[in-house]
Design a protein around this ligand. Structure first.
Ligand code: GLY
Length: 561
């Protein structure tokens, strides 16, 4: 089969999609993958060529990213896998979010005055939740894939064993996390093999990680959650005063959850349910914006309304969201169009609403870690997957003999309701720490279905994930943007607290900035561009698939074949 590769290294504009609704062809016949690393995309391609489907490819890409992008995600972390099976339309989100260990306590990260103890939820073994990613790989392969787990994990095992070339973003991460990684002997051995930062272009090998992946391939769930790997993980955590037990690992389960479905101007939006806040916040923002014709408004007025929708969506995140297995999240109410109509009624077109005028909670800055990939296969199966260790390399601590980096996802809980987390996000009682509970997330893997086709999208970016996905959805639905146009779109963000609009350099024209300031918005230009959106699309008109990776990502690779 001929292969055409699409390397997106700068802004690429494809022709506009058809505005005429076309009946959906039975199947696209071609596949598309957009991932942040060429080796991960190639792992997906290898598996598709071997007769696998999008779900096999998702396992292959996910595991490959755990090897070649160790700062973004890994076997020691978690993620959300949003799936659509073409043959029966089955839609599900496989929730592989980490859980708090059984001995976790709600005030474990604060002192007697209720103040956060610096670093405890970020750089220590206490920061790590019980990992979910390995369980998801096994589950996806068994329930949805066609090929044996060993076949789909083979590329990742090869990358770990034979190594891959050190690239500049990896070096940036290693520099930023140098002290923490160096303090963990197993991490130091892998990442600083000669005692210092590796050379650009040198090979980084992870033999222990290869062995752990092989165990997973051969033994499935128990290859990670029981036996030597589990024992090594628990020993490493307990040696440093952490809380994990063998029972915590043995008890870890993924949860299959119904996605959040909402509508925006004739499009059907399918996204991540709690314990992600993404789908609910996205639905609220789109419901608010449904009441306006953004395209017909001057740029400053439209941007103002999008900011006010973001403010309200993120306010609800702070107030209401948490793990639905522990707290009652009023999802039906929050995503109801009438609820949004009430929020919309209080939006003034001429003035910003200060966040402290909204009933809510009384927030810091954002990080670029986490990772995302999007896949559609020749039959129309889809996977949108966002996975993470939280901040760069998670806690930086590697359990000796496993190659597994421990996440620092516990920081996504509220250490005390109202206290900002590492992203400056504030959450409430619903996101307090409890044994076995999943911490609230912003990861937002999403499908957009319009009469003309389908887009599969998502991005890393901490608290900014949801606003990036919103801008991607607006571009797709309001402007029929192609995959390439969606990823290239300039970005702005408001997350309720802190009460300010952050925007990429040149995202907003000078006149728009001035008009927003006149309405009372505080604006701040980010030092650099942010996000790494990965989009694949299937346009029905020409029965064509496209894949595009964000020009902001260093090594993203989009493949159509
Ligand atoms: N750790 C980032 C998130 O889940 O939102």
């Amino acid at each position: 089969m001929p292969i055409s590769r699409l390397f997106i290294v700068s802004l690429i504009l494809f022709g506009p999609a058809s505005v005429q609704a076309s009946p959906a062809p039975e199947r696209p016949g071609q596949a598309a993958i957009a991932s942040p690393h060429p080796l991960a995309t190639q792992a997906g391609e290898e598996v598709l060529r071997a007769g696998g489907n999008a779900f096999d490819a998702a396992v292959a890409v996910s595991a490959a990213l755990a090897v070649v992008e160790p700062y973004g995600s890994g076997l020691g972390g978690g993620g959300f896998f949003l799936l659509h099976r073409a043959e029966d339309g089955h839609e599900v989100m496989v929730d592989a979010r980490e859980t708090a260990p059984a001995a976790a306590r709600r005030d474990m990260f604060v002192d007697e005055q209720g103040e956060r103890i610096p670093g405890l939820s970020l750089d220590t073994v206490l920061a790590a939740g019980i990992p979910g990613l390995p369980a998801a790989l096994v589950h996806l392969s068994r329930e949805y894939g066609r090929l044996p787990l060993g076949t789909v994990l083979a590329p990742a095992i090869r990358y770990a064993e034979d190594g891959f070339e050190v690239y500049s973003r990896l070096l940036t991460g290693l520099e930023r996390k140098r002290a923490e990684l160096a303090a963990s002997p197993a991490s130091a051995e892998v990442f600083f093999p000669a005692g210092d930062l590796p050379e650009l272009g040198s090979r980084l090998r992870q033999h222990d990680l290869a062995r752990t992946l092989r165990r997973l391939a051969e033994q499935g769930h128990d290859g990670f959650y029981a036996g030597p790997v589990a024992e090594a993980l628990v020993a490493a955590v307990q040696a440093e005063g952490g809380l994990w037990t063998l029972e915590d690992l043995a008890g870890y389960r993924i949860v299959e959850r119904a996605p959040i479905v909402s509508r925006y101007r004739g499009a059907r939006i399918v996204s991540a349910p709690p314990p992600s806040s993404g789908g609910v916040v996205l639905a609220t923002m789109l419901n608010i914006l449904e009441g306006y014709d953004l395209q017909a408004l001057p740029a400053d007025a439209a941007t103002h309304l999008v900011i006010e929708a973001m403010r309200r969506g993120y306010r609800d995140r702070a107030l209401y969201l948490g793990d639905p297995d522990f707290v009652d999240v009023p999802v039906a109410r929050l995503i109801h169009p009438m609820y949004a109509a009430g929020l919309r009624a209080a939006i003034r077109t001429d003035r910003a609403m200060p966040s402290d005028h909204l009933p809510g909670l009384g927030a810091r800055e954002d990080g670029p870690q986490t990772t995302h990939f999007s896949i559609i296969d020749g039959d129309g199966n889809r996977a949108a997957v966002t996975q993470t260790l939280n901040f760069w390399f998670g806690s930086g601590i590697m359990a000796a003999g496993t190659g597994v980096l421990l996440n620092n996802e516990m920081d996504d809980f509220s250490a005390r309701p109202g206290l900002p987390d590492g992203f400056g996000l504030v959450t409430g009682e619903g996101n307090a720490i409890a044994p076995g509970k999943r911490m609230l997330s912003s990861m937002t893997p999403t499908f957009v279905e319009t009469p003309d086709g389908v887009a599969v999208l998502g991005t890393p970016g901490g608290s900014r994930i949801i606003s990036m996905v919103l801008l991607g959805v607006l571009a797709r639905v309001d402007e029929q943007a192609s995959a390439g146009e969606m990823v290239a779109r300039r970005r702005f963000h408001h997350q309720y607290l802190p009460d300010r609009v952050v925007h990429e350099p040149d995202a907003l024209e000078a006149a728009v900035v001035e008009a927003l300031r006149a309405r009372g918005h505080e604006l701040e230009e980010t030092r650099r561009d942010y996000g790494n959106l990965k989009v694949v699309t299937w346009d029905y008109g020409e029965n064509r698939v496209e894949a595009a990776t964000d020009p902001r990502g260093e090594r993203g690779e989009a493949l159509v074949y």
